[in-house]
Design a protein around this ligand. Structure first.
Ligand SMILES: Nc1ncnc2c1ncn2[C@@H]1O[C@H](COP(=O)(O)OP(=O)(O)O)[C@@H](O)[C@H]1O
Ligand SMILES: [Mg+2]
Length: 415
């Protein structure tokens, strides 16, 4: 046969590729067949076709050996249409095993096209070889070839996107795990040394320079503390991720979690002269929670309430039993839950920002300028509560102040 100009043969690959072509993004499709007619027909049906936003580029190999050479290049092949009988009766099948098992190319969609179905019985091949489709050449009309290519490209695109996302996620997690130690260690020494230098400076004879140095040390210390909170929050939100592997729920008494929160925040609340009232209207406060994560939620909510409230004000933690209506598969059921509210007498939240404050790094326009913070506390709370099959919401109180509420399950799971 006269070589068709539009066919790309192995030995011509380098020459035929125009330079500008190298920078173009294509779907690469490999046709492996010892019958030139098959290449010609495939090209007729699929050349100059644009699918899912990209042009198709066809590559041709006349034997499984030629195919291997092409597959060893960097070309990201999306699909290979492979004939069974070529150099040998099993050449196509061997090529498939080489691609999947030896070269571990798992993304490429492999379609077996055979002219002699007897040589490779469909059932046996589908069971034993890692292929994505099996077609008899005679059955494959041009429309079917087009449809098959489209379907394969979609699945290749989805698999590749998922792999890319998984890889990025893994890289990010490894990076953060490694960097977390590297970030925290110097931060701790910055904090300790700035703290230690203040009493030393106090002992020195008073002068303007000593005063300046004290101010500098205090600034280093308070900025360092803010940075450490930000680093910890960033690492927390990353660690929580989207999967709930760190979520270990057990039956815990919510009152114990409240008491632990108050113990942890004693100094913070005392400095701000803020009183906390617990209004417990429930007879049984045991809930199905991860106590460590729930402590983190309560600390975030209480520190926000204290941060955005005036001195001498009161924060109320309201605990009530309620029955929540849930649509199960069969009918409506009631689920016993503990409803928690944290109410403060602070500045409240602008109505149109009641939802956006749950987004990472967002702070309300009422508080932005005045208060320090990372804007990650509420997204962390929201994520933790989603593991508990719950959600958190904010409203403003009629008089003044904000109210954050969420619910916790009293039983292990929703039926
Ligand atoms: N109790 C509250 N009263 C008023 N505003 C609040 C309250 N809690 C949260 N906010 C607003 O929501 C923003 C986001 O809160 P958060 O995610 O905990 O971040 P951060 O506390 O680091 O600023 C706060 O900056 C503040 O603007
Ligand atoms: Mg906060």
């Amino acid at each position: 046969m006269k070589k068709d100009d539009s066919l790309i043969f192995v030995d011509e690959v380098k020459q035929t590729e125009d330079l500008s072509d190298q920078f173009k993004d294509y779907w690469h499709l490999l046709v492996v067949d010892d019958d030139p007619e098959v290449h010609a027909i495939t090209r007729l049906v699929l050349s100059e076709v644009t699918l899912l936003g990209k042009e198709l580029k066809l590559h041709s190999a006349n034997s499984s050996q030629e195919a291997k050479q092409l597959l060893l290049n960097d070309t990201p092949f999306a699909i290979a249409l492979i004939d069974v009988v070529m150099e040998t009766d099993q050449a196509g099948l061997e090529l498939i095993n080489w691609i999947r098992k030896v070269k571990k190319k798992l993304n490429i969609r492999l379609v077996l096209r055979t002219g002699q179905p007897g040589k490779a019985p469909e059932r046996e091949v589908i069971t034993n070889y890692d292929i994505n489709d099996y077609r008899s050449k005679t059955d494959l009309t041009s429309m079917q070839l087009y449809t098959l290519t489209c379907a394969c490209l979609r699945s290749y695109r989805d698999i590749t996107a998922k792999k890319v996302a998984e890889n990025e996620n893994m890289l990010k997690s490894t990076f953060l795990a490694n960097i977390s130690h590297e970030l925290r260690t110097p931060m701790h020494s910055i904090l300790s040394f700035s703290e230690l230098s203040i009493p030393l400076l106090t002992k020195m004879p008073a002068s303007r320079d000593v005063d300046k140095l004290k101010r500098y040390s205090n600034n280093i210390n308070s900025s360092g503390k803010r940075l450490l909170i930000l680093i910890n929050n960033l690492l927390d939100i990353e660690k929580l991720g989207t999967d709930s592997t760190n979520f270990i729920p057990v039956f815990s008494d919510f009152i114990d979690i409240v008491n632990d929160t108050l113990a942890e925040m004693e100094g913070f609340l005392f400095d701000r002269l803020i009183q906390v009232n617990i209004e417990n209207k429930s007879s049984d406060t045991r809930v199905w929670v991860d106590p460590t994560l729930m402590l983190q939620v309560m600390i975030n909510l209480l520190s926000n309430a204290a941060k955005f409230s005036p001195q001498n004000s009161v924060i109320t933690i309201d605990i009530t039993d309620i029955f929540k209506k849930i649509d199960s598969d069969v009918n409506k059921v009631s689920q016993a839950v503990l409803a928690i509210k944290v109410l403060d007498q602070g500045i409240g939240i602008p109505e149109e920002e009641l939802l956006t404050i749950f987004e990472p790094f967002v702070q309300s326009t009422a508080t932005k300028k005045a208060m320090e913070g990372s804007g990650l506390g509420l997204p962390i709370c929201q994520k933790i509560l989603s593991f508990h099959q719950g959600q958190i919401e904010a409203i403003n109180l009629p008089d003044k102040g904000a109210c954050f509420s969420f619910q916790l399950l009293k039983t292990e799971n929703i039926e």
